[in-house]
Design a protein around this ligand. Structure first.
Ligand SMILES: CCCCCCCCCCCCCC(=O)CC(=O)SCCNC(=O)CCNC(=O)[C@H](O)C(C)(C)COP(=O)(O)OP(=O)(O)OC[C@H]1O[C@@H](n2cnc3c(N)ncnc32)[C@H](O)[C@@H]1OP(=O)(O)O
Ligand SMILES: NC(=O)C1=CN([C@@H]2O[C@H](COP(=O)(O)OP(=O)(O)OC[C@H]3O[C@@H](n4cnc5c(N)ncnc54)[C@H](O)[C@@H]3O)[C@@H](O)[C@H]2O)C=CC1
Length: 716
């Protein structure tokens, strides 16, 4: 797992060998300890170069080992030995030097990086902190503010930025290892006193207390309840205020708490789940590794409203030529300006030329005749979309993939209107489409594996987390949102305020609560959907019952007052003016709720945060189990990544299905039964049979659910 070679007569070259990223598994750590001892004890070796196999230095700890009993040697003593030796040790950094990998490099006396290398301490993204001395050495080397920023965000930086910060000594475009060997030889026998970072004093900061107070406040606000960023600040504070060894002790204590936390487990689950969802499968048995994607060079977007503009940007930034079609002159003009503006600003940030030349605009749908793939993003109007799909099927060259960004219409129905339904797939982007990471890829009953493979690959090119799901109302994300929103309305009926519900959800870790979210996206969006599902609204007591089931007309009544949310300056909250982002509780809404309750004979009661969370989240989770049972999502990871990357579910809680496994399936079942007993007229609260079966099977951990589901399906 690590190899020693004597090169150029006096340099001990130690190569980490653990593909794919030379992670620090127990065997790799043992290899480093053994090879370093060999190098330092060999009189022929006058200097040492550490590098990684296959042009990647080291991706840090082996994350697969977390959550298991850790064996193998710790690295801290070896890093101390490296730092203390009088033989110069040089890190030759190619590819990535991340986490423990960078901490190892920080123990070396010199760091030489390839210009394409990326460096970082991403432990915080896994619920941890850099605990092999990284939190103590980095601030000593690059100063407290820069270290805090890197450690609390986990950002990967370029070699150029690392050089600017003083994190590496030299950047090269040629062979990093050859340069490092030459350099190591040039410093053999020289004093290393000034190269041992743990001996550095932390650069002085005037008014340290005020700086850390400000930083802590900012980090806490952004953390949404995650504990690792807070611990990272505490560790850096120790570096800034204590001698090195005392700081190391604080680093160890903080890591001990984080290492076994449920947040760390959730974040590490998310790391692997994000990668697992790219290994898609279809109920037919077609899979990611046996289905070939078709090349897509040129794509088209139909409809340049909110979504079409973002999609155009995302496609252009992925390097595709784009034909952008819009029927309304005003919209087209505005779209051109908006798209160019976004591309120009993004290019400016990266110091590159914008990709404007790749986009052509047209009023005429026939302009898409030669594209490889089309994404339709016209109004959510079934008749209009039907027409557009018929037109596309007629004008596109044979083999063009036809995709729809619909959020609620039936992909199979649109496919049935085309000559080649196997080429039709849903591509459900999230607003803003060029920013949001999630792409829900919806395969219909006739979609070919090749079509799905092509769209999944295109999603990857656009930098999206693409999740393949089956076709049903609302797909996965919006379908699960329905019971969540429904419960939020019922809570208002029973005595809660929008602020109380939202505060509970924000404390849970969502960036905003359901009512603030609804104001942001427009309260009228769901109103339209509700009206289409049930066009005739009843009045009086009748209003609260639809088809024999509980219904809350609160959202409809709010919309009837023209309160469409942020855009109109009034919704569940009030805003200073239309479009303002500062939401304030609105006495009008409180009065509206009181009058509503009085009209319907409802007596308000005290509702606490625990009840809000149980009702909103458990009903959503219950729908997630139904989705798994029906095979709409292939596994819990798919649902979880949709919620983490599309709906703001806090990453440190791993997604709804992972969260359910942490709460305990038996508890979720018991609480759903409780709420369903209280309201048998709310079907979303009726526990799903898959949940019952999993509890009967002893509530297996989330990574075993797929096997249980397969077994259940095979018994049917
Ligand atoms: C009881 C109290 C105990 C007290 C506590 C003391 C215990 C101390 C234990 C040891 C502590 C050690 C602390 C430490 O060292 C801290 C760390 O280093 S944490 C890890 C930090 N590293 C990362 O977060 C890097 C993660 N990886 C990446 O960002 C990317 O993978 C990378 C940029 C390296 C490459 O990206 P790309 O080319 O896009 O490839 P993929 O991302 O698809 O990855 C390919 C493949 O490799 C797997 N993988 C990547 N990194 C790791 C890793 N670090 N460990 C394991 N596996 C890794 C990845 O999952 C992919 O495989 P799949 O099969 O596709 O999933
Ligand atoms: N807005 C959102 O947050 C999300 C919307 N969606 C879906 O995306 C689709 C588009 O939504 P928005 O962008 O919000 O709508 P929008 O109303 O902002 O834009 C729609 C655009 O389509 C244009 N258009 C209408 N008919 C056309 C035709 N025949 N040819 C070319 N252009 C035509 C309109 O002029 C308008 O500019 C809808 O299906 C919606 O459900 C999906 C995810 C999120």
């Amino acid at each position: 797992m690590a190899q020693f070679t004597l090169v150029s007569g006096s340099v001990g070259l130690i190569t980490l060998q653990n593909p794919p990223v030379n992670a620090l598994s127990a065997a790799t750590r043992q290899g480093i300890v053994d090879m370093m001892n060999k190098a330092l004890n060999d009189p022929e070796v006058k200097s040492v170069v550490v590098c990684g196999q296959n042009r990647i230095f080291c991706g840090g700890a082996d994350i697969k080992e977390f959550g298991t009993k850790i064996s193998g040697p710790p690295l801290i003593p070896t890093i101390h030995t490296i730092e203390a030796t009088n033989k110069p040790v040089v890190a030759a950094i190619e590819g990535s030097a991340l986490g423990g990998g960078l901490e190892l490099a920080l123990g070396c006396h010199y760091r030489i990086a390839h210009s394409k290398a990326r460096l970082g301490l991403p432990e915080v993204t896994l619920g941890l902190l850099p605990a092999i001395g990284g939190s103590q050495r980095l601030p000593r080397l690059i100063g407290v503010p820069a270290a805090i920023e890197l450690i609390t965000t986990g950002r990967h930086i370029t070699a150029a930025e690392a050089l600017q910060l003083g994190l590496v000594d030299h950047v090269t475009r040629s062979s990093t290892v050859d340069e490092a060997i030459k350099f190591a030889q040039s410093v053999e026998g020289k004093s290393l006193d000034s190269r041992r970072i743990s001996n550095y004093p932390c650069p002085h900061l005037p008014d340290l207390d005020a700086v850390f107070e400000g930083v802590m406040q900012e980090v806490r606000q952004k953390a949404h309840g995650a504990i690792a960023p807070i611990a990272c600040v505490q560790a850096v504070r120790a570096a800034a205020t204590l001698p090195y060894l005392e700081g190391m002790e604080i680093e160890r204590q903080l890591m001990e708490t984080l290492f076994t936390s449920s947040q760390a487990r959730a974040l590490q689950y998310t790391f692997f789940a994000q990668r697992a969802v790219s290994r898609w499968s279809m109920p037919s048995g077609a899979r990611w590794d046996t289905s070939m994607p078709k090349p897509v060079h040129k794509a088209a977007v139909i409809g340049l409203g909110t979504m079409g503009r973002g999609i155009t940007v995302a496609l252009a930034q992925a390097g595709l030529s784009v034909v952008a079609v819009e029927t309304q002159e005003k919209q087209l003009k505005e779209a051109k300006l908006v798209v160019s503006g976004i591309l120009e600003r993004a290019a400016q940030r990266r110091g590159m030329a914008p990709t404007l030349a790749k986009i052509t605009y047209s009023h005429d749908i026939r302009a898409v005749a030669d594209v490889d793939l089309v994404i339709e993003a016209v109004f959510e109007d079934e008749a209009l979309k039907e027409k557009v799909f018929q037109q596309l099927s007629a004008v596109c060259k044979p083999g063009t993939f036809l995709c729809t960004n619909t959020s609620s219409l039936d992909v199979d129905h649109l496919a049935s209107l085309t000559h080649n339904p196997e080429l039709v797939v849903g591509m459900h982007f999230f607003a803003p489409a060029h920013v949001m990471k999630l792409l829900e890829v919806v395969y219909g009953s006739k979609s070919s594996p090749e079509a799905l493979a092509t769209v999944m690959q295109l999603g990857k090119r656009m930098g999206k987390v693409s999740v393949a799901v089956g076709n049903c109302w609302g797909f996965v994300g919006n379908r699960m949102l329905k019971p969540y929103m429904e419960q939020a309305f019922y809570l208002l009926e029973e005595g809660a305020t929008p602020e109380l519900v939202d505060q509970a959800l924000v404390e849970f870790g969502f960036p905003m609560g359901v009512f603030r979210m609804s104001d942001l996206s427009g309260t009228d969006v769901y109103w339209k959907i509700r009206k289409e599902a049930e066009p005739v609204g009843a009045s009086g007591q009748e209003a609260r019952v639809r088809k024999g089931l509980r219904y809350s007309p609160l959202g409809d009544l709010l919309c009837e007052q023209g309160r469409f949310g942020q855009k109109t300056g009034q919704g569940w909250y009030q805003y200073d003016k239309p479009g303002s982002r500062v939401a304030r509780p609105d006495p009008w809404v409180h009065n509206f709720l009181e009058e509503y309750r009085a009209r319907h004979g409802l007596v308000a009661r005290r509702i606490d945060h625990a009840e809000v969370l149980e009702r909103c989240l458990y009903s959503l989770i219950n729908e997630g189990f139904r989705i798994l049972e029906e095979g709409i999502a292939a596994g819990p990871e798919d649902i979880d990544m949709i919620y983490v990357f599309g709906y703001g579910w806090p990453k440190h809680r791993g997604g709804p299905m992972f969260y359910a496994s942490m709460v305990g399936l038996a508890k979720i079942l018991e609480r759903l039964e409780h709420y369903h007993r209280a309201h048998p007229d709310v079907p979303f609260m009726q526990p799903c049979s898959l949940l019952r079966k999993l509890v009967t099977c002893g509530s297996p951990p989330v990574h075993k659910w797929k096997d249980v589901i397969k077994k259940i399906h095979s018994q049917l």
